[in-house]
Ligand binder design. Sequence first.
Ligand code: PMP
Length: 406
Amino acid sequence: MIFEVEKIREEFPILKSQVGKYPLIYLDNGATSEKPQCVIDRIQKYYEEENANIHRGVHHLSQISTDNYEKARKIIQSYLNARFDHEIIFTKGTTDGINLVASSFGKLLKEGDEVLITEMEHHSNIVPWHMLVEEKGIVVKYIPLKQNGELDLSTLDELLTDRTKLLSITHISNSLGTINPIKEVIEKAHQNGTKVLIDAAQSLQHTKVDVQELDCDLLVFSGHKVFGPTGVGILYGKEELLNELPPYQGGGDMIKTVSMERTTYNDLPHKFEAGTPNIVGGIALGTALEWLSGFDMEQVEAYEHELLLYATKRIKEIEGVKIYGEAEHKSAVLSFLVENIHPYDIGTLLNQQGVAVRTGHHCTQPIMDFYSIPGTIRASFSFYNTKEEIDQFITALQKAVNMLGA
Ligand code: PMP
């Protein structure tokens, strides 16, 4: 073992819970992560000692609250290695961040302009672009999938045209675990004069992300998948681009002046942060990333890879199992089906034995269409999971398969 998993588990009170008579085995980390005690404590402390609205008050609590919110922005800036803290925009999450970009960047697009995405995107990185097809007559193109769950990047030269204004691509697939070579993709897109948005919803909890090293123009992620709270997320954008983009929503905080006739907009980051935000969410997201920065992400990656290899080997012992997503570079996600058994039935029987997995299309219907399947069963791991839990999962799965009589 590379680090002390049992010590890490101690920090997550929920991991001690029972589901009926079974201990919880939480393998739904792709959907959301559990929270360490320090994040839970931070939320409680905020409401007990600091609650006040930010940016508008001269009073004591408002100043404390504002300071802590802005401190969190700096923690996140440093975690992503962004150049400036005003390149960090608080959002509600990944979906909100992509919608922000689609609405704002979308205002600059003209009929016939192209947005390039991939066949493995989450719906939140497909639907906002479809909406722009309806509104503006833009064209959405797709980098195709290959059978093993990798992207066919040999198509990239042909797909990038002089009308491709944006390439929006997931770093890691939530359904297949594929880790895309985004640095090379970004480089190619930039050679074509195309801006790049990275969906990092499945990234920071598994690997180090450095926005300057990647040289991405925009990047989004959700707080709740990186050990922070729900309802908060981040849009990172290069200063120059964010300054060019028009505001997304109008309201308080995002203005410089408002007269009866017109509005002038505030500077970054406030231009994109209308209204009272999720203050405690932002602060606790800072706490979560501060906590995460205490780990060596290379060790986390190595450990999670060990879990993936172990789970893959063990699940292959079960007759009739087919794994979806066998990319060479793969995150700790195991999507599978068992021959002749509906995924939902397996999910239900696993739950009855304390094992939390996800079943369905995982908001990636084009992937399911590609494989001509309705959905998969997905076990997704975090670095607080253990090989013993994988053993228990496999035992529960074997039992479910026996009961359902494959
Ligand atoms: N993109 C990817 C790759 C995801 O995994 C998810 C969450 N499953 C999202 C986007 C959407 O994230 P959220 O629901 O937190 O906005």
